[in-house]
Design a protein around this ligand. Structure first.
Ligand SMILES: C[S@@+](CC[C@H](N)C(=O)[O-])C[C@H]1O[C@@H](n2cnc3c(N)ncnc32)[C@H](O)[C@@H]1O
Length: 214
């Protein structure tokens, strides 16, 4: 597994990974973490939990990974990976998985049933683990991207009829669905949620799932 530390990529072997995972009461994984602000902020406030940000673009997490290292925040970790190439060492390790404001193929794999990767999302979690997804897009404001990713109009009805049933089929039981507004985004500690809280109005949803016991 490749761990990002500023501009450096370090290979961790299985026993090192096991030792780190075993040192914490809980593990939270943030998939598509972007610049890693979510991991950094939460790791600071919950020192008994290991926060792992998974991101395909190393450069994105450079600053927060360097900052975490400087501040000796040993419960913040940044890993190179994506939903397509998810580090197998992290399968079955998460008490909680967050996906906040996904874009590109990550958004497509959640909201377009033809490209869904829900089985993978489910396997990242331990039994009883929680998955929280915050997503939003608008065909009006992002016509090129929604066409490229072949995304349908986003609505609660669409999520309930086309997306949530796939999660349920993969042992992820819906515990909450909530429409969010721009003010709600201000409360989420990520760079994109802050950015979009001042952007155009668009449909935004919070979805929470619990992984059913095996
Ligand atoms: C809009 S940004 C949101 C970043 C962060 N979660 C936030 O809220 O600030 C979307 C992120 O998804 C990542 N991403 C895109 N495709 C992905 C994929 N297939 N797997 C994992 N992450 C992906 C991008 O690199 C980017 O960092």
């Amino acid at each position: 597994m490749k761990v990002i530390s500023g501009k450096t990529l370090k290979d961790l072997n299985d026993s090192e990974i096991k030792r780190i995972l075993g040192a914490y009461r809980k593990v939270e994984i943030d998939l598509g973490t972007g610049d890693g602000r979510y991991v950094y902020k939460n790791a600071n406030e919950n020192i008994e939990t290991l926060f792992i940000g998974v991101e395909p673009i190393q450069k994105q997490v450079e600053n927060y990974s360097r900052k975490s290292q400087k501040e000796k925040l040993s419960n913040a970790m940044f890993v190179l990976g994506s939903i397509e190439y998810f580090p197998e060492e992290l399968i079955g390790t998460a008490d909680k998985l967050t996906v906040i404001l996904p874009w590109g193929s990550l958004l497509q794999s959640i909201t377009n049933p033809n490209y869904e990767k829900t089985p993978l999302i489910s396997t990242i979690l331990k039994s009883g683990g929680i998955c929280e997804i915050v997503l939003g897009y608008s065909q009006e404001h992002e016509p090129t991207e929604t066409e490229r990713l072949d995304l349908q109009n986003l609505s609660e009805e669409y999520l309930k009829s086309a997306v949530i049933p796939i999660f349920e089929k993969n042992k992820l039981h819906l515990t909450e669905i909530k429409s969010l507004n721009k003010n709600d985004l201000k409360l989420i500690e990520t760079t994109w949620s802050k950015k979009l809280s001042y952007g155009k109005d668009r449909p935004l949803y919070l979805l929470k799932f619990k992984k059913m016991l095996n």
